[in-house]
Ligand binder design. Structure first.
Ligand code: BG6
Ligand code: MG
Length: 217
């Protein structure tokens, strides 16, 4: 075990698996049916944020009753869960399993911290539950990313301080949350999305733990 880092906290959607495309397709279908403006560009702002906040972004200031909000969120979630039924262990992103294995070999404690209320279903479809000490999801804390709460909660479950944790995230809101939690942030994705991370790689398969641990950014 090298250095001061002892834990790695992984975001799920967009880091371990490509469910972000399923989230997008489900929002698009709901929006088309409801006559709401939505496209891939708007979708970029939805990465990593909660279901409710995602709908608020799509509504763009349009005021709906709580009942109507719930109907639209349920509709999107129903479509999303249809995609999840077909998921299996082949749906890991390229390089994700290797990164997890490398982190375990190096002696890190691993956790998942996802904004999704469907995280446990996804993890069980991927058959990766046993690799992680703890799973935090959309039910774990009140304040979603970009608030630091989910990562702080997860570090506590790992019995580690913020300074001992490295976070892997594909979302702007997720990097904001990791930085606010005082953890080492590693962004997966383009500069304009995760350029504010301590380290950045284009894809999960490009991640090199050695580079991160040596502090060569
Ligand atoms: C995040 C995704 O992991 O979970 C977001 O990046 C999604 O796109 C959020 O909106 C909430 O997911 P769910 O499954 O609770 O609707
Ligand atoms: Mg994500």
């Amino acid at each position: 075990m090298s250095g001061e880092y002892k834990g790695i906290i992984f975001d799920l959607d967009g880091v371990i698996t490509e469910t972000s495309e399923y989230h997008y397709q489900s929002w698009q279908r709901m929006a088309d049916e409801e006559g709401l403006e939505f496209n891939r560009e708007i979708n970029e702002n939805l990465r990593g944020v909660s279901r409710r906040r995602s709908l608020e972004i799509i509504l763009n200031g349009k005021d709906l009753s709580e009942e109507e909000m719930k109907r639209l969120m349920d509709k999107k979630n129903g479509y999303y869960q249809e995609y999840l039924k077909d998921m299996d262990e082949n749906d890991m992103l390229p390089g994700a399993q290797e990164l997890i294995n490398d982190a375990l070999d190096k002696g890190f404690k691993l956790a998942i911290a996802s904004s999704s209320k469907n995280a446990k279903t996804v993890i069980s479809a991927l058959k990766i539950r046993d690799l992680f000490e703890t799973i935090s999801d959309g039910h774990s804390v009140e304040n979603p990313k970009p608030a630091p709460d989910l990562f702080l909660f997860t570090a506590e479950k790992l019995r580690l301080s913020s300074e001992q944790c490295i976070v892997f995230e594909d979302a702007e809101a997720g990097i904001d949350a990791a930085n606010a939690a005082n953890m080492l942030s590693v962004g997966i994705g383009p500069e304009d999305r995760v350029g504010h991370a301590d380290f950045r790689f284009d894809k999960v398969k490009d991640v090199d733990l050695e580079i991160i641990l040596k502090g060569e950014n």
